[in-house]
Design a protein around this ligand. Structure first.
Ligand code: NFS
Length: 628
């Protein structure tokens, strides 16, 4: 197979070749093996919702056995994808909220950002005067937990949006109530014999996605910052070249920082460091993948081993003592690949047990002890490494990461005229947008998808945008693509247009800002909302867009949908399985404009998609310049 047609990442190309030589099957082999994918599935016209099916819709058989047409089938499948994604993000947030409820001064989980906790407490009407910070934290955690199942009212975060946006949500009935309720409602409405109306199914999808974006994810990000610290700019490196030949290599993969934060601590434990020496290693080398990788690089500068498509290839290096995972985006194939080397593939969550892995349950109550046990397992495995099987590819790129909103605002303060303006506001960003030095802001986010050449869509689009003076912010595996290809290095300003290059110089930032994990897309929504409020306009008036060039997960579908529902146009580099219904395509790519002021655009050619985005941002600017 031609590796260049598979991925543009040079390390990955080297390791695909090694896997071939080692006789190890990877995703890239399986992709070749599939030849073509099922057309019904691709278009979303296969219904497996009841036991009479599967019913596959075509011109010859235009209705399923119950009479559901292509619009109903596509709409139901789409809504269930949104519900799946919302469930995953929100269950992550739920665990973080339970952990905040456990936090204590002498326990494993402490409060690291008291200011953020107090601000949130005041916003939520929690008494803060003369109270112990942990009592406040526990009450805030309880309120957060109630958001999952409260019987009355709507999301507690909606009031933070611009008033006009809140009105839109109310008018079209997409204010999310309780998170679990929205997910359950979609599962109910898409059961055999319920909703059979595409408008209603998409409306339900929007409301459920709002429970992800304007409820669960906001809890996840805020509570994580409160407990683990709000990220600030820090230096790191990215790509598999961060693995080290003479150290115990541990890769953390998955999502929830509750586990990874403890592993970061345990990897510094003197007892385990001494044990590593005893095993003949020079130390313990931690690195991260996927969103866990993002969480720990944002807060501790832990090196980024790679993205979603590199999880198997990381093990193919033969240099990884343990791949430690919790939930989401973990290939079951890791069990087979780990078997071909000495690697311990350690699963830790009862929500994601995987056959063939070593299961070592992690519980928040016993966090540090559990983490130590897991790291010890990795350290003891160093002696089993087979030097003849080791190949660590050399490429890695420097990156500056850690751009929470707080961090961005404090960087922007560098250009504030202290005699006239307040610090810590979005004004400098707005001034850049108003003057046109920066044409717009684009959030380039999301996964890797085997339907495209790995990383190509991400890198092509990001480079094109920064060349055209569009500031890029990024999360998820998209952020890892940017970091690997040097776009999060401050030196990347040489790739920017003149305006953006000047801003990067003055504000001292790279042109692509790492804003965290996919749950942290709540940060992006927040900053667009803050800009809109500052200007007293709607979120759809800001020249900001969302782009998921290589999305693949249900979580990404939920995200794209709430970003659109927030009034931010969203561009997809991979077609979602909705093309079997003309009505669904029309609503998602056009009809929603009238309802929420934004819609999806789909184009699988990254050059064309970049050109469309740049053009659309300029059109948005015409409107923006008129109203401000
Ligand atoms: Ni996001 Fe994170 Fe990566 Fe995609 Fe998976 S890691 S939550 S879903 S693959 S960006």
């Amino acid at each position: 197979m031609d590796k260049k047609l598979m991925t543009i990442d040079l390390n990955s190309q080297i390791l695909i070749e090694k896997a071939e030589k080692d006789g190890v099957e990877t995703m890239y082999d399986r992709k070749n093996g599939f030849k073509s994918q099922c057309g019904f599935g691709l278009q979303g016209t296969c219904c497996r919702i009841c036991g009479m099916g599967p019913c596959r819709i075509s011109p010859k058989t235009p209705r399923g056995l119950c009479g559901a047409d292509e619009h109903t089938i596509v709409g139901r499948n789409f809504a269930r994808m949104v519900a799946g994604g919302t469930a995953a993000h929100s269950d992550h947030a739920r665990d973080i909220a339970h952990t905040l409820a456990l936090s204590s001064r002498d326990g494993n989980y402490k409060i690291r950002d008291e200011k953020k906790l107090i601000e949130l407490a005041i916003d939520w009407g929690v008494e803060t005067e003369c109270r112990d910070i942990y009592d406040i934290a526990h009450e805030v955690a309880e309120i957060g937990l109630m958001e999952f199942g409260k019987p009355h009212g709507v999301s507690i975060f909606l009031k933070n949006a611009p008033k006009v946006r809140q009105e839109i949500w109310k008018t079209i009935g997409i204010e999310p109530r309780a998170i679990d309720r929205e997910i359950a409602t979609v599962m109910h409405s898409t059961h055999i014999g319920c909703s059979a109306d595409i408008d209603s199914l998409i409306n339900l999808s929007l409301r459920t996605s709002m429970a992800d974006g304007w409820q669960g994810s906001m809890i996840g990000t805020r509570f994580s910052d409160i407990m683990f610290g709000t990220p600030m700019p820090t230096q790191t490196e990215a790509n598999l070249g961060v693995l080290e030949e003479n150290k115990v290599n541990i890769i953390l993969h998955g999502h929830e920082p509750t586990l990874s934060e403890m592993i970061v601590l345990a990897a510094d434990d003197p007892e385990l460091l001494a044990l590593a020496k005893e095993m003949g290693a020079e130390g313990i080398n931690l690195s991260g993948m996927c969103c866990t990788g993002n969480e720990i690089t944002m807060r501790h500068g832990v090196k980024i081993a790679g993205d979603f498509h590199q999880q198997e290839l990381a093990l193919v290096t033969g240099a990884v003592e343990a791949m430690i995972v919790d939930v989401q985006c973990i290939f079951p194939a890791l069990a087979y690949v780990a078997d071909c080397y000495h690697t311990k593939f350690i699963t830790t969550s009862p929500k994601a047990k995987i056959t063939g892995s070593t299961y070592m349950q992690f519980s928040e109550e016993n966090a540090y002890k559990d983490a130590k046990k897991i790291v010890k397992e990795a350290v003891l495995n160093f002696k089993n490494r087979k030097p003849e099987k080791v190949l660590i590819p050399e490429f890695k790129s420097p990156a500056t990461v850690g751009y929470s909103i707080d961090a961005i605002l404090s960087q922007l303060d560098r250009v504030v005229n202290f005699n006239v303006d307040k610090t810590g506001t979005v004004k400098p960003l707005i001034d850049c947008l108003k003057s046109g030095v920066i044409r717009g802001v684009a959030a380039v986010v999301g996964c890797n998808n085997a339907k495209s050449v790995t990383n190509k869509n991400h890198v092509t689009i990001m480079k094109e945008l920064i060349k055209n003076d569009i500031l890029v912010v990024s999360t998820g595996c998209g952020a890892q693509a940017a970091a690997k290809f040097g776009l999060m290095d401050k030196g990347a300003k040489k790739l920017c247009g003149k305006g953006l290059a000047t801003v990067c110089e003055l504000v001292d930032i790279p042109p692509v800002l790492h804003m965290g994990s996919c749950v942290d897309i709540s940060r992006i929504v927040d900053i667009v909302s803050e800009c809109a409020k500052y200007l007293d306009v709607d979120m759809c008036d800001i020249p900001a867009v969302g782009i998921a060039p290589e999305w693949m997960s249900e979580k990404a579908v939920a995200i794209g949908t709430y970003v659109v529902a927030s009034g931010i146009d969203t561009y997809l580099g991979i077609a979602p399985p909705v093309t079997g219904s003309k009505k669904a395509v029309e609503i998602l790519t056009n009809g929603l404009k009238k309802e929420v002021g934004a819609a999806f655009t789909i184009n699988e050619n990254p050059d064309e998609l970049a050109a469309i985005i740049i053009d659309d941002i300029e059109k948005k600017r015409d409107h923006f310049e008129k109203i401000i």
